[in-house]
Design a protein around this ligand. Structure first.
Ligand code: SF4
Length: 713
């Protein structure tokens, strides 16, 4: 039997997993008790990973291509597939310029893969047209952190959980979506009954049910609530004037902003009781450890950046940051969304948190990569912009890697039209269940989890090494190898002479030297020995501070939490408090579409179900898509429990069974986001209804607020 330590490939918690392979090939998994993130625990998705690995019935096994969309895909060699793709890319670039092509990648890609695609398009093709599905997930938090703390740097670590006594969970349902973190919070509360959990969510989720205070605010009113809490913290004397004087800017304008509304006015706007806001402010104000956690309820909003800033403000005015148990903690959705950002896998970013708009940063990368082109000075197309540009024929070719935009993008009917009419579509994926495969001109089979090696970074800046345990089936190749082989076909072979991912990672670490994301001390050998390392981890830390635990593993001396010296990453090392207006700019409701639709995850499924949808056990929790609607709204429309209903919006519709529940506020309904065409039908795809409005700064879509009507079928 062989035993391997690796990391779960689903969510950003980044749980350590021990994989055992028996001589007959059977795989078992258990939580890694030595892993600092999960301490041996795994949720239902992690525990069922062996089934997704052992069932290979849906795997893409060979490269395929076709010369016209009306023709069937045909098996070809790797050389043929990559040569044709390179020929098309070269022709388009020559005729229309480098911005005529784009890569759309995934927060599930490994760091090395992200780095290579980024290097190829930015440093060698000369376009910044690479974006990731993390744009749909984390980009508002990224901008929020940058504007307030100076950089996309999550300041806390999981060990802060056991140091906190107030948890403020806003727009997140960690009980379902980050279950192992939530179990740590629950265990901490059980051991310390004085610990308080406040949950802000228009839905009564499992997180809300196990909280001490649930604030079921109207969708879109998070900033009103946070500003109201800010006002009460000021009025109750629960702010830290010395901290603000020494380490922040912007408080006077903030105070002026939050004083504009009384608690009563804010409560009316939020649709909750004033005393509930007072209670939340009192607990936060009196806490010793104030940890806020958030995900898509704040991020996936047309005012997502302002929502983030309004929450981070609460930490800055109280000085609750950089101290044990305190800090604003944006929970990463995908397993390597953070690693992708570290290597610059966004249309506006460069490796080590550099910016494409910064001439000095571009010059550093051009020199480091020995680029044959001048790097483009303007940000490339972001996720939603790519598909709009495809529809307008401004973008001619798109290469989609390990993500399924035909289910996951907002206003997905428009995305489907764009892909159908696009001149050239390459899909690189593991599974033939990805809906996008049906619209591809070239299909490239990728190796899956356990079939390739590389690194990922979880939500607490913890870099983990994932070993190769199994051979990929058929001719599937690791994503990194596909990209470096393609670079050779494009004529960039001299700069892509890699033979293994360790070389790619080593190259990346060199350009982090001296930055806030310095990982020059990290390499595969150390990661194999140590299992995980948090960034930053400069080289000197190995030489000077190596210490070992009883298992003879190196304990990294890297910072567990950031900003312990209260020097932030802004130019003047002071954090910026922002006066944030509390308006929302979501799609308006009206007589025809009077209800607000919000979308989200269910407990046992992951994204577009290409993996979890294959595990029968995981389907038992919620076998079918459903619409949650308040009983009063249902009664007004003559809708009964379990009845088929049509959910109609301005861009499309969905037909599902109604679930009547007061877990949603009146005026609100909820659809899970997982189901797509292949697994069910077009009729249940939640994103038929969502809109393409985006936050102007983060470019993150407004998934949580679309106007709809519901009628009996
Ligand atoms: Fe995997 Fe996330 Fe579950 Fe951990 S909590 S086992 S990382 S899905």
């Amino acid at each position: 039997m062989s035993v391997h330590q690796t990391t779960c490939c689903y969510c950003g918690v980044g749980c350590g997993i021990v994989v055992r392979q028996e001589p007959n090939g059977r795989l078992t998994v258990e939580g890694d008790k030595q892993h600092p993130s999960n301490r041996g625990m795994l949720c239902s998705k992690g525990l069922n990973l062996p089934y997704t690995v052992m069932d290979q019935s849906d795997r893409l096994l060979y490269p395929q291509m076709r010369l016209g969309r009306s023709m069937p895909l045909q098996r070809v060699s790797w050389d043929a597939a990559l040569e044709r793709t390179a020929a098309v890319f070269r022709t388009l670039i020559q005729k229309y310029g480098p911005d005529s092509v784009a890569f759309y990648v995934s927060g599930q890609s490994l760091t090395e893969e992200y780095y290579l695609v980024n290097k190829l398009i930015k440093g060698f093709i000369g376009s910044n047209n690479i974006d990731t599905n993390s744009r749909l997930c984390m980009s508002s938090a990224v901008v929020g952190y940058k504007l307030s703390l100076g950089e996309d740097a999550v300041p806390v670590c999981y060990d802060d959980i056991e140091e906190a006594d107030v948890f403020y969970v806003q727009g997140a349902n960690p009980a379902w979506c980050h279950p192992i973190l939530w179990r740590r919070i629950e265990a901490h509360k059980t051991a310390n009954p004085h610990v308080k959990i406040i949950c802000v969510d228009p839905r009564r989720t499992d997180t809300a049910r196990s909280s001490d205070l649930h604030l079921p605010i109207r969708p879109g009113t998070d900033i009103v609530l946070n500003n109201a809490i800010g006002r009460l913290l000021i009025e109750n004397g629960h702010i830290d004037p010395d901290f603000m004087l020494d380490h922040t800017d912007g408080f006077p304008a903030y105070r002026e902003q939050v004083l504009q509304r009384t608690t009563g006015e804010a409560a009316d706007l939020c649709g909750i009781e004033p005393n509930a806001i007072r209670q939340a402010a009192a607990w936060i104000g009196r806490s010793k450890g104030f940890l806020s956690l958030w995900t898509m309820g704040l991020n996936q909003s047309v005012v997502g950046v302002n929502k983030n800033l309004s929450l981070i403000n609460l930490h800055l005015i109280t000085g609750r940051i950089g101290k044990p148990g305190n800090g604003p903690f944006s929970l990463t959705g995908q397993p390597n969304a953070m690693g992708g950002r570290e290597v610059g896998g966004l249309a506006n970013a460069l490796p080590a948190h550099r910016e494409v708009t910064n001439a000095a940063h571009r010059a550093e990368l051009e020199a480091f990569w020995n680029s044959p082109v001048r790097m483009a000075p303007q940000p490339g197309l972001t996720a939603t912009e790519m598909f709009e540009a495809l529809a307008d024929d401004k973008l001619k070719a798109i290469w989609i890697i390990n993500t399924n935009p035909l289910v996951s993008m907002p206003d997905v009917n428009a995305v489907e039209k764009a892909l159908k009419t696009a001149r050239f579509v390459v899909v690189q994926d593991v599974s033939n269940r990805a809906d996008t495969v049906a619209l591809a001109d070239v299909v490239l089979p990728a190796a899956a989890w356990l079939e390739k090696e590389g690194t990922m970074t979880n939500a607490e800046r913890r870099i983990a090494y994932l070993p190769k345990v199994l051979d990929a089936p058929g001719e599937a190749l690791p994503d990194a190898e596909i990209i470096w082989r393609f670079a050779h076909k494009m004529g960039f072979g001299d700069s892509f002479r890699y033979t293994k991912p360790a070389e790619v990672y080593q190259e990346y670490t060199q350009i982090t030297a001296g930055t806030n994301v310095d990982v020059t001390g990290v390499n595969y050998e150390l990661l194999r020995k140590n299992r995980t390392i948090q960034w930053p981890f400069p080289k000197k830390e190995i030489a000077n501070n190596e210490v070992k635990n009883p298992e003879n593993r190196v304990i990294p001396p890297g910072t567990q939490r950031l900003f312990t010296d209260h020097r932030f990453y802004t130019a003047n090392q002071r954090a910026q408090i922002h006066a944030v207006p509390d308006g929302n700019a979501s799609e308006p409701t009206d007589e025809d579409f009077p209800l607000v639709l919000t979308t989200g995850r269910i407990r046992d499924q992951w994204h577009t179900m290409t993996k979890t949808g294959r595990v029968a056990k995981l389907g038992q929790h919620s076998p079918q898509p459903f619409l949650q609607i308040h009983p009063d709204d249902a009664a007004q429309r003559g809708i009964r429990e379990g009845q088929l209903v049509d959910v109609r919006g301005r861009r499309g519709e969905v037909r599902v069974r109604a679930q009547l529940t007061d877990d949603v506020r009146p005026g609100l309904c909820f659809l899970p986001m997982h189901w797509g065409k292949i697994l069910a039908s077009n009729q249940v795809r939640a994103n038929n209804l969502t809109n393409a409005l985006i936050d102007p700064r983060s470019k993150e879509p407004d998934f949580k607020f679309s106007a709809v009507e519901v009628v009996p079928y």
